[in-house]
Design a binder for this molecule. Structure first.
Ligand SMILES: [Fe+2]
Ligand SMILES: [Fe+2]
Length: 133
């Protein structure tokens, strides 16, 4: 398990909380497969995770655009930097199937980014959105 549910804070928008809970479940399953160095499972769940991350980020970006959130472009830039990192680690995995590298990424960069990003950008965006969408 990479995240306990309580490690990622709740924000003021139900849709965003749902996206985060879903992502935590998926990334926890993925992390289990990575720790077990289960190559076929990692291949399978990597695709699920990539799809989920894109769904998470683009849903937030759509909501920000619709509600004219003043810092939408900064929030999106934060997503873009994580999109790049995730793509790089997927490319590395495809090239060398090194589960340890993926594990280090999840437990390091990814985990700390997720906690800080939700606390900083998602929570502020959620306050702007409220529970209206
Ligand atoms: Fe988020
Ligand atoms: Fe976000």
């Amino acid at each position: 398990m990479l995240f306990k549910k309580t490690e990622v804070q709740q924000v003021a928008n139900a849709m965003m909380n749902m996206l985060h809970e879903e992502e935590i479940d998926i990334v926890n399953d993925f992390h289990d497969a990575v720790v077990a160095k289960d190559v076929p499972k990692i291949d399978e769940l990597f695709e699920v995770l990539l799809y989920d991350i894109e769904d998470h980020f683009s849903t937030e970006e759509d909501m920000m655009e619709e509600s004219k959130f003043y810092a939408a472009s900064i929030h999106k830039a934060e997503h873009d930097s994580m999109r790049k990192k995730v793509k790089a680690i997927k490319d590395a995995w495809d090239a060398d199937k090194d589960a340890q590298k993926v594990q280090n990424f999840l437990e390091g960069d990814f985990k700390s980014w997720m906690v800080l990003h939700v606390a900083r950008w998602d929570s502020e965006t959620a306050m702007h959105l409220g529970d209206s969408m």
